[in-house]
Design a binder for this molecule. Structure first.
Ligand SMILES: [Zn+2]
Ligand SMILES: [Zn+2]
Length: 388
């Protein structure tokens, strides 16, 4: 482990910041207190601050040495989740029903720590953009930042993201080239038959039976329609229908999510679903209304930047502690929108094995990794923007 003494010395202060943010969680686009905290710290470090990008987003700009040298962006997310915290930690959420259960309090803190360290050390030549984005969890704050001109206003060549990852050992980082997180789309289907007496099914069209057949048939998309080497998940997660044991319901609603890595697979899902649903319904005389909504695209790491990210992580954690060929995750991440605009890389920083998973009410960010995250960001900047 290669942690600079100046970064190690920040550990108590970082822990304090992280717990302060943790105690005051804010949901998507409501991160005013967090955003004030970030802006105030950046100003204290003498960093140029831009606010109000995607409502509560903040970008800090730090220049050193040659202004024409490389420009890179480092991104952290700031939002919390609508979860009732059950950790009983002394710094637990003070806001009922809201909780930092994904560690974005830690991500914000690690990027602030890097801003503090780099503003003091100045051991680089170029421009660093510290991007604090709102609304990662489902609101697409990353997309809104891109739409509001993030890359035009702050012309970075490449952009980097990081997420803490329970289940990977502390002191280990993991990444891969190509898709790391999946595209996430949602669907909602209303199947209409002919409601009636359950004892006289021949007089109706049974929506429950049609639904069961349709849900089963949807699994053939992943198993029969897609290239087995290109993973696809279609999960029906809701079925709503019926109010009585002796009535065939007129309508049944089903909904769920589709996850894919490639554009080919993503483009194939919606028409395949329509074909299957309409086909099953037609076979039984029922009909369907179908809505398909595209969510976050796949998060795709570029090869060169991923090599640079892995190298920076190895410089901090040691060569043997960086996994270069991690399996991608079918979860999704709105850093994807930034990686659609610029090359870059997203890495997972181990938060320790045997800890509560992300989005659990028992999740607790591991403060031990704060200096590791700060050191990774710092190493990345010093590697890519070498001082003259
Ligand atoms: Zn999350
Ligand atoms: Zn997260």
């Amino acid at each position: 482990m290669n942690i600079k003494p100046e970064v190690a010395a920040l550990h108590d202060e970082l822990t304090q910041w992280r717990r302060e943010i943790h105690a005051h969680p804010e949901l998507a686009f409501e991160e005013t207190r967090t955003s004030d905290f970030v802006a105030q710290k950046l100003e204290e470090f003498g960093i140029e601050v831009h606010r109000g990008i995607a409502h509560t987003g903040v970008v800090g700009v730090l220049r050193s040495g040659d202004p024409d040298a490389e420009h890179i962006g480092l991104r952290a997310d700031m939002d919390a989740l609508p979860i009732e915290e059950q950790t009983n930690a002394e710094y637990s959420s003070r806001i009922p029903g809201k909780m930092h259960a994904c560690g974005h309090d830690g991500h914000t803190t690690m990027l602030l720590g890097a801003a503090k360290h780099l503003s003091r050390s100045g051991r680089f030549s170029g421009t660093v953009y510290f991007i604090f984005q709102p609304g990662e969890e489902s609101a697409g704050g990353g997309r809104v930042m891109v739409e509001e001109g993030l890359f035009e206003r702050f012309p970075m060549r490449s952009v980097y993201g990081m997420h803490n990852w329970p289940g990977i050992q502390t002191g280990v980082a993991a990444t891969l080239t190509g898709p790391v997180m999946a595209a996430s789309d949602t669907f909602s289907i209303t199947i209409t038959g002919k409601g009636g007496h359950a004892a006289m099914p021949h007089q109706g069209i049974d929506t429950v039976m049609v639904t069961c057949e349709a849900v089963g048939a949807l699994q053939t998309i992943a198993s029969r329609n897609c290239d087995p080497a290109d993973p696809v998940v279609v999960s029906v997660t809701q079925i709503h229908g019926g109010d009585a044991t002796n009535v065939i319901p007129q309508q049944v609603n089903i909904a769920g999510t589709a996850r894919t890595f490639s554009k080919n697979a993503r483009d194939m899902i919606e028409p395949a679903m329509r074909r299957i649903i309409n086909g099953v319904c037609a076979a039984h005389g029922a009909s369907a209304e179908f809505e398909f909504e595209r969510g976050y695209p796949a998060t795709v790491n570029s090869a060169h930047e991923t090599t640079l990210a892995a190298r920076a992580a190895a410089r901090v954690l040691g060569d043997g502690n960086v996994i270069h060929d991690m399996n991608p995750c079918m979860g999704s991440e709105d850093f994807a929108y930034m990686l659609e605009e610029r090359p870059g890389s997203y890495i997972w920083l181990g938060a320790g094995e045997g800890r509560a998973q992300l989005h659990s009410p028992h999740y607790d960010f591991n403060d031990e990794i704060l200096p590791l995250g700060v050191s990774y960001w710092t190493a990345l900047v010093e590697d890519q923007l070498p001082a003259e």
